[in-house]
Design a binder for this molecule. Structure first.
Ligand code: AR6
Length: 172
C-alpha cells in the first residue's frame, strides 16, 4: 500500500532531514513570505544564487511547474521549488494547477534519485487555496504517484498550522 510510504508531521519544514523539501515559491523564484521566506532564511544564499541562475536561464518557474536547487545550509540536500496557483474562486484551473505542482515536484524528485521528500501545504497560505480541497488533491496525487513508482521511499506532509494538520489526519 502506498499509504505506508506517507507520513504526517506537524512543524517547520526547514528542520526536516529529507533528501528534498519542497518550497511553495512564486514564479519569480526570488523568495517571499511564508514557507518560502523561512526556507531562504534557513538555507542561506546558495539557494537564492541557484534560483537566480535558473531565472536567468529560463525566466523563473511557471505555475504548476518545479525546479531544483541545493538545500544550502538546510538539513535537506535539495530544495524543489514549485509554484502553486493563487486561488480565485476555482474557475481558473486552480485544482489542475495544484495537482501539477505536486506531480511535477515528485517527477523532478524521482529524476534526481530523491528517496525521501517533504511537502508543505502548497497554496494554502498567502495564495488562499481552500485547505480541505488542497489536502485531498495533494494526497491523491502522492498516492497515485507512489503506486507507480518504487524509487521514492517516503513522502512527508509537513503541516504547520493546526487546521491543516487536523484535515490531513482525517484524510490519511
Ligand atoms: N514550514 C512548513 N509550513 C509552513 C512554514 C514552515 N516554516 N511556514 C508556513 N507554512 P505560504 P502559498 C505553511 O503562504 O500559499 C510566498 O510569499 C502555511 O501555514 O507559505 O503557496 C511565496 O513567495 C501554509 O499552510 O505559501 C509566494 O509568493 C503553507 O505553508 C506565496 O507566498 C503555504 O503557505 C505562496 O503562497
Amino acid at each position: 500500500m502506498s499509504n505506508q510510504r506517507i507520513k504526517l508531521v506537524q512543524g517547520d519544514i526547514t528542520k526536516i532531514k529529507a533528501d528534498a523539501i519542497v518550497n511553495a515559491a512564486n514564479t519569480s523564484l526570488l523568495g517571499g513570505g511564508g514557507v518560502d521566506g523561512a526556507i531562504h532564511r534557513a538555507g542561506g544564499k546558495a539557494i537564492l544564487e541557484e534560483c537566480i541562475q535558473i531565472r536567468n536561464r529560463q525566466g523563473g518557474c511557471k505555475t504548476g511547474e518545479a525546479v531544483i536547487t541545493t538545500g544550502g545550509n538546510l538539513p535537506a540536500k535539495y530544495v524543489i521549488h514549485t509554484v502553486g496557483p493563487v486561488y480565485n474562486n476555482g474557475g481558473k484551473g486552480e485544482n489542475g494547477l495544484l495537482a501539477s505542482a505536486y506531480l511535477n515536484s515528485l517527477k523532478l524528485a524521482a529524476e534526481n534519485h530523491v528517496e525521501t521528500i517533504a511537502f508543505p501545504n502548497i497554496s494554502t497560505g498567502i495564495y488562499h487555496f481552500p485547505k480541505k480541497k488542497a489536502a485531498s488533491i495533494a494526497i491523491k496525487i502522492v498516492q497515485d504517484f507512489l503506486a507507480g513508482n518504487e524509487s521514492i521511499k517516503e513522502v512527508v506532509f509537513v503541516c504547520f498550522d493546526d487546521e491543516n494538520c487536523g484535515i490531513y489526519k482525517g484524510l490519511l
